[in-house]
Design a protein around this ligand. Structure first.
Ligand code: DGY
Length: 318
């Protein structure tokens, strides 16, 4: 029996490529960046496995061949895919929820600690050979215990972060469109408005989805409502932050430190961040553990398998 044809738009973990090649006539890709000939390579395919950075907007989706039945993204975020347009063409969209929640929450925690304890500055100091030995007042930061962590977007990743940060003695506050059921909420304090939420964020960690409705949510007006010297962390989507406003606040000290893993327009990074010592910058490695990336690939392939077999996948984006 002929295997269905699968276009893989990026180099994937080896175990994921092996499964794709076993189950499909897989058109694999050696590239870590978007391929220029995607449309040509999509001709005659039944399914596409892609990832953030490969933009499937209305124009591109409109040009896909009718044979394509499913696009699976190797990510939980799907703001790079016009899902309405895809569904309108009879193309299902799948993503990779759950399997990356812990890894991404760990990255947010890493940023909280790295920013608050000034570890990025320390690392840069050693590499620049500017460290002349231990000193009582050197690189004094702030600890986690007893501080209030505000989580904007209390989905699976936000809740994992709440669990990890509680273990460090932080108190958890959250803002979301709806309050969680008490079994999921635990000891976290819900805020039904931005003003009361922002006022308690010694540390603010962003975990909302990207897209138009959250674009530049963290703007100058909201930054002004944070406690002075707050720490801001973003391991969700760069579009949540108005970079000019955050950079200005890092200069004045209204935001004491920031930790960023994602950027508006990435891989471009606003040059204003690069000159600042009180920012730690990571290259979107939120979910980047070996086991997590394998699990993401397998879940994306599960979704493709299901759609092509006429079943509704558990990871269908609705
Ligand atoms: C996602 O899954 O959306 C992440 O940003 C990729 O790690």
């Amino acid at each position: 029996m002929e295997k269905p044809v699968l276009l893989v738009t990026r180099r994937m973990p080896q175990a994921v490529e092996a499964r794709a090649a076993h189950d499909y006539e897989a058109r694999l890709t050696a590239s870590d960046t978007p391929i220029p000939d995607l449309l040509a390579r999509a001709q005659g395919t039944d399914a596409i496995l892609t990832c953030p950075g490969d933009v499937f907007n209305a124009a591109l989706i409109g040009k896909l061949p009718d044979s394509v039945k499913v696009i699976a993204t190797f990510s939980v975020g799907h703001d790079h895919i016009d899902v309405t347009e895809a569904n309108g063409r009879g193309i299902a969209v799948c993503n990779t929820p759950d399997v990356l929640s812990l890894a991404t929450a760990e990255t947010a925690l890493l940023l909280i600690l790295t920013a608050s304890r000034r570890a990025g500055e320390g690392e840069r100091m050693i590499r620049a050979r500017r460290w002349h030995g231990w000193a009582p007042t050197q690189l004094l930061g702030v600890g986690a215990a007893g501080r209030r962590l505000g989580i904007f977007g209390m989905g699976r990743i936000g809740r994992e972060l709440a669990r990890l940060a509680s273990g460090l003695g932080m108190t958890i506050h959250y803002r979301d469109v709806v309050r969680l059921p008490s079994a999921l909420e635990g000891d976290a304090v819900y805020h039904d408005n931005d003003a009361s939420f922002l006022a308690v964020c010694d540390v603010l960690s962003l975990h909302a989805p990207g897209g138009g409705s959250t674009r530049h949510w963290l703007n100058a007006a909201r930054i002004a409502q944070l406690p002075r010297g707050a720490v801001v962390v973003n391991a969700a989507r760069g579009t949540l932050v108005d970079d000019a406003a955050l950079i200005a606040a890092l200069h004045t000290g209204q935001v004491g430190y920031a930790g960023l893993d994602v950027y508006d327009g990435e891989p471009k990074v606003n040059p204003g961040y690069l000159a600042l010592e009180n920012v730690v910058l990571l290259p979107h490695l939120g979910s980047a553990t070996v086991a997590t990336r394998d699990a993401m690939g397998f879940l994306a392939l599960d979704g493709i398998d299901a759609v092509l077999a006429g079943r509704t996948p558990s990871n269908l984006v609705r």
